[in-house]
Design a protein around this ligand. Sequence first.
Ligand code: SF4
Length: 494
Amino acid sequence: MLKIRINREEFEYDIYALVTSFFPDPEVKVEIAGDKSGAECESDTALFLLEPDAGRGTICFKGGKCLPADSKYEFEYKDSSDPGDFRKAWKLFLYDRLCEYSGITLPWGALTGVRPTKLIMRMINAAEGKGRDEIIKDLYDTCRVSEDKARLGIRIAELEDGILKPFTDGKGYSLYIGIPFCPSTCLYCSFTSFPIAKFEKKVDAYLDGLCSEMRATCEYMKGKRLDTIYIGGGTPTSLDEVRLERLLNDITSVMPMGDVKEFTVEAGRPDSITVQKLAVMKKYGVTRISVNPQTMKDETLKLIGRHHTTDDIRRAFAQAREAGFDNINMDLILGLPGETLSDVEHTFDAVAEFKPDSITAHSLAIKRASRMKQWIAEHGAISGLDAEKAMKKAYDTADALGMKPYYLYRQKNMAGSLENTGFAHEGKYGLYNILIMEEVQSIVALGVGTVSKRVHCDGTGLIERCDTHKDVNLYLSDLQAMIERKRKLFGAGE
Ligand code: SF4
């Protein structure tokens, strides 16, 4: 087990994110009390002693099974008294020392945030007159971002900038509705999701709760333009035909639909998709759906608990096309247990045959809340996959299909410290996906485990959040209080 000992809590996120990117370990223990010297540390401990006021820091590595050797580094920074400057300089020093100590570099360098393209977009906007090469150099100098990733980030940020223009006037918002039920729980799942069979008796009350939230949303967002709707979860199509119709009818009759430019249902699991549900979604004006294979290898699907086969994927996709859907996304995961590069290549080749409108390639992230963690503890390493080569296959496939990368985000503990990338044909970009990543518009999120965000479009960059309970019973019992919290957040439609 890798232990990280830190004396200053405010540096925990950066340290944890960087150290675990270099030394991935499913069992990392973080201790905020590191006032011991390196010599006293037990093996496999990384110790960080920081004195920001004195402009000093120390890193001690005590080798073992996870860490290769003992090492000690001293940091000094006297250039500025601004704590923000100390933090940036310290992070870069830490990254450089980790490269030296481990002998590897990371594609995104010292960037630990979820939204690299948001940062790059800000750099482009702040660097008027600067060419791409200068921005690439800035990204290296300040964060050690590789040239490939800098070019990718710039390309996506420029594409997004054009797409986002109509949404940045501060007058619009998006609506997210969470359906926290699934046919079964996938091994890697860290979302708020419950097996629908166990919650059968709660589903109608949950839909009632969502409807109450929608009515309140219309009041407190009165005067605002509803731009996009995204129903996710969970798996929205785990609802039966009657309940799915009820939900879509509630949305389209309660919400102001006149300006909606994109209406997505993350159908997701092929085992939950039927001809009747597709017809219902078409009837209520859904414009974009997902049919998510994750992999085209039956053995892996079984292992990760998805209870469907590759034939189900083929059937669901063909039915969706037959029903008239012309914007279908397919999600794939790179790095699933036991999968090799040739499995991933087979998956992309098979998915290319569907000719989907967009593909989202995820690098597997091991989340604390997933059953995967336990699985790794029992079975050991999950895959010897070369994450970079697998991601290259994703880019090559998308390119061959005529798709462009249009949004990306990163997560903690991702395979190869890479990224998740959405590729799409022109005109088939997922607007909601871009809006949630670039945070240029408020999002009202309804349902269990969701987070609403008020984005202030007044130049301050301020974002306020309000989250909801992750438990269905708590959500229902606290519904009114939660509605009032959101009403307060959004300032009754200001
Ligand atoms: S379909 Fe998605 S939300 Fe549902 S269990 Fe699988 S990973 Fe979780």
